[in-house]
Ligand binder design. Sequence first.
Ligand SMILES: Cc1ncc(COP(=O)(O)O)c(C=O)c1O
Length: 360
Amino acid sequence: MSYERDNIRRMHAYEWGEQPERDDVLKLNTNENPFPASPRVAAALASIDIQDLRRYPQPTADPLRAQLARCHGLDVDNFVVTNGGDEALRLALTTFVEPRSPLGTLEPSYSLYPVLADIQDAGKLQIPLGNDWEIPRDFAQTLNEAGANLACIVNPHAPSGTLIDVDTISQIANDFNGVLLVDEAYVDFVDPALRHDLLRLVNAFDNLLLLRTFSKGYALAGLRLGYLIGSSTLIAPILSKTRDSYNIDFISQRLGEAAISDRGYAEETWRQIRSARRQLREELISAGFRVAISQSNFLLAEVPLDFALNAAEIYQGLKAQGILIRYFDSPLLEDKLRITVGTAAQNTRLVEAINKLLGA
Ligand SMILES: Cc1ncc(COP(=O)(O)O)c(C=O)c1O
């Protein structure tokens, strides 16, 4: 006898990246930041007193929202803070997707989206990306025809790392009748020379939500802190109705404030990751892989057919040597490997291990 709702019984669970038990494993499988968080975050953590935890935290994390508003040049009403970006996604579904209407996504993309749609018992409209990871021209029209209330785009795209430009996003926001959520989990790693900035669209489109996280850019994946940016009409129902009363604990609020107050420190880690990304891409190309240009903190390496080993075998071979990368056994990704950019020294260890495996 099962007591689960039908949709929960039928659905497949999200598969998270492996968590190694040994400290000497090189973990390049879940796009964490290889550098530690700012020393100010460490100091804020050390300053927390047990008495601080006796009371409930500020319910809507207002001091952190105010700081985010100053940092991004927007209003406090444009922000809601969440328990990681993942909670932001779940809240967007709860708030905007009508029962059984479809969640629009692009395929492939973040594998949590269809899982959240299944939990909500929403439909799934998974629209394939083009060969160069481009969004189909009729994306908004397809969403409208299917009656989608919410669509999620990840930009820079995961797992390819490619960037969709601001004009394309504005056009989709303009043409789509529902809420367009742009998941910017990796936006901190975009080359500043590209001047890519969706924040300026927030006041222009009342149907646009941007997702950000402290997990990647601020090296705080273990904290679980993220936020949504959008027009106050989109943010208000999440803030006051669908969010858990105290979704952000006291410690996360304090540490988030410390991280934002030292953005310069984080920016320096982003610069180093961009430089390591450039070098790692060149080395992978020299080893014979095809690698899309990435604006994220990972690279997607395609294994050519004439290689001695296929993608799954390279993944297994590296794992046996204590190096974890990500392999997705799905039709569009089965010949590819997603590799988190580590420090220069970590990347050297990875490339040496790959070359050894391939007998170079
Ligand atoms: C595309 C994308 N969006 C959102 C997230 C959520 O991150 P978090 O819940 O750690 O903030 C991730 C995490 O890997 C991601 O890859």
